[in-house]
Design a protein. Structure first.
Length: 423
């Protein structure tokens, strides 16, 4: 397959080599995995390590979805504060999920180490920065609960945050020492390499068109041939198409965009000097980080709009000026966006769609750790594990009827936000 234009900065800067391979006619496998992102490839890696024959089918190329486009924050826990996760899931299940995902960054970094994945990994924490006094109250509440759970997080004062970020724009911050940053495309390509090494097969440029149950088998119809499998895992998340009817109506899809400056050299050294990644407490949140080459990468909710002199680049330059008034003018090299699957309660799901057909889905913009961990859990299930050992109980998909409408409403609100904050 010849490759189209890069989908993100990471697509160009990742050191890991990309794996591409056609599907070689009709094949039979034990497990067919649809989607070559964190979920699909972690499933393949962990299943193959346990001796399960599996084959990943990716419509485009490895990391084409959220996995190759995200901010690269390897976060602990969920989007929601831990106490809210327990309120929604119940004491026992909530505590179990928080514990598993609290420990998840350590697992991601251990995979990076084990497989020597070249992905610009830094393990110096992430900062959730308060954009307002109310935001700081939210962070204090989160900190208190994480401390009760024994997690290594610090509530930073305004001055401490200014020192760590190199900007006095924030009211304080929550520094989570468990977390870190990666080049996400490097990581996902590294997972692909590790999965191949463990014996999994991966085909790219193969769109799965239909899933047909035939006795106790699945016939996976693709645009390149047929795959017969005993079990199927969909790792398609926010990039789900109409393959499984109704699946993409189980979440609201929103966009998130990022802009990367040219490498800033010396003058960028005082920004996030310890290379933590950052996001803020605003309801239309923004993210900020550096890469290994000294680029500053800033993003927010919505699409990347316009070309070189377009809206998103204006927004980026304006916000970099607001945060770092002494920095001077910056060139924006690249802008891109991706899709995020938001669930109504901000909790992820593992659905059983049919006999032997599963999908972990709905990571609410936090998928590096859940994608890796839920993929591992799928690998364990497929190799004889029990359903009650999954991080979350299997659930039936529930349609979010207002999802498509809300996607459009959010897109309009995010565009308006970009316009207002570009002036
Ligand atoms: C801009 C952005 C910023 C984000 N920032 C962060 C962050 O900092 N930290 C974090 O933890 N998470 C972040 N996320 C979320 C995270 O990227 C996702 O949750 C994660 O990548 C989901 O991984 P996945 O493997 O489940 O799905 P994806 O990576 O989206 O992969 C799905 C794949 O399925 C393929 N596919 C779909 N349909 C078919 C079909 N019919 N046949 C074959 N293939 C198919 C697609 O081509 C795609 O490659 C962000 C997301 C975005 C978009």
């Amino acid at each position: 397959m010849s490759k189209a234009a890069p989908i993100s900065l990471w697509d160009e800067s990742a050191e890991e080599r990309e794996h591409t391979q056609d599907l070689d006619g009709n094949i039979t496998t034990d497990v067919a995995i649809v989607g070559g992102g964190f979920t699909g490839l972690s499933t393949a890696l962990h299943a193959a390590e346990r001796g399960v024959e599996c084959h990943v089918l990716e419509a485009n190329h490895i990391g084409f979805g959220g996995s190759g486009r995200n901010v690269g924050l390897v976060n602990a826990g969920l989007w929601l504060p831990p106490q809210d996760v327990r309120d929604k899931l119940g004491e026992q299940l909530g505590a179990q999920l928080i514990k598993i995902l609290g420990e998840a960054p350590a697992y991601v970094f251990s995979l990076i180490e084990q497989h020597q994945i070249r992905c610009e990994a830094t393990h110096n924490g992430t900062i959730h920065a308060a954009h307002s006094p109310k935001g700081l109250e939210d962070l204090a509440r989160r900190t208190e609960e994480w401390h009760r759970l024994g997690a290594p997080v610090d509530l930073l004062s305004r001055e401490e945050t200014a020192e760590k970020v190199g900007s006095s724009a924030f009211y304080g911050g929550l520094l989570d020492h468990r977390a870190g940053t990666i080049n996400p495309m490097g990581y996902v390509r590294g997972l692909a390499r590790a999965a191949l090494g463990a014996g999994a097969k991966i085909s790219t440029g193969v769109t799965v068109k239909k899933l047909v149950r035939d006795g106790n088998k699945w016939i996976v119809e693709t645009d390149q041939g047929e795959v017969t499998a005993n079990r199927v895992v969909l790792g398609t998340n926010a990039y789900s198409d109409d393959l499984w009817p109704g699946l993409r109506r189980t979440f609201t899809m929103i966009h998130f965009f990022q802009c990367a400056t040219a490498p800033l050299g010396e003058r960028g050294q005082s920004i996030l000097p310890e290379r933590q990644g950052l996001w803020d407490t605003g309801s239309i949140m923004f993210s900020l980080r550096r890469d290994a080459f000294g680029r500053l990468i800033i993003g927010s909710m919505g699409k990347a709009i316009g070309g070189d002199r377009g809206l998103s680049r204006r927004w980026a330059r304006r916000n970099i000026r607001r945060l770092f008034p002494d920095l001077g003018d910056v060139d924006i090299e690249t802008a891109w966006h991706g899709q995020i699957a938001m669930t109504d309660d901000h909790l992820p799901r593992i659905h059983r769609l049919d006999e032997g057909l599963y999908t972990p889905i709905g990571y609410n913009g936090r998928g590096i750790t859940p994608g890796t961990i839920f993929g591992k859990a799928m690998g364990e299930l497929l190799s004889g594990g029990k359903e009650d050992e999954l991080p979350l109980p299997m659930s039936e998909p529930i349609s979010a009827p207002r999802g498509p409408l809300m996607s459009r409403v959010y897109d309009m609100a995010f565009t308006a936000n970009q316009i207002i904050k570009s002036i």
